[in-house]
Design a binder for this molecule. Structure first.
Ligand SMILES: *[C@@H]1O[C@H](CO)[C@@H](O)[C@H](O)[C@H]1NC(C)=O
Length: 154
């Protein structure tokens, strides 16, 4: 159920994601955002910070900063609570993910396309380390989500 709520929440991005550029401003489709969310946290949207990560996308402060520090509402990005508030908000966190992927857009697995498999690797391993192997657990949850959704998946 939660899964679907998040999908509906994220699907708003679908309407502004249509682009024919090589490097789209919003590289991730809603399905891709949803499956990265599933893989990283089971897409658990309960507000929480643990260690150095917050929210359903498990964003670090550095990731959020590289994602251009989006904020919830009109909050200033230098407000001490801005990062945790954004990371704990699925829309705001997804906006940070999109910006981060725009910045680190690359073919991580060497298959000559940049798609959600690359974004999943960038999300987990970072923009400078995405060629490394992914943890099995993360890959399995990502694949299960992909199969569950079916259809065209990029
Ligand atoms: C979501 O995370 C919270 C906080 O860690 C936890 O208490 C809860 O059981 C989790 N929910 C699911 C469905 O895993």
């Amino acid at each position: 159920m939660l899964k679907y709520i998040v999908f509906v929440a994220l699907s708003v991005f679908y309407f502004i994601n249509i682009s024919t550029q090589d490097k789209p401003n919003l590289p991730l489709t809603p399905k891709c955002l949803g499956c990265i969310c599933e893989a990283i946290s089971g897409c658990n949207t309960t507000r929480m910070c643990s260690g150095d990560v917050c929210g359903a996308f498990r964003l670090t402060w550095a990731y959020w900063a590289d994602g251009d520090k989006p904020t919830v509402g009109q909050q200033a990005s230098d407000d001490p609570t801005a990062y945790a508030n954004c990371a704990n908000d699925p829309y705001c966190a997804a906006a940070a993910v999109q910006k981060y992927m725009f910045k680190f857009y690359q073919d991580c697995n060497g298959d000559n396309v940049v798609d959600c498999h690359d974004f999943a690797a960038i999300h987990k391993l970072g923009g400078y380390g995405c060629h490394a192997p992914l943890p099995d657990f993360y890959t399995q949850r990502f694949q299960q989500c992909k199969e569950f959704i079916g259809g065209s998946f990029v």
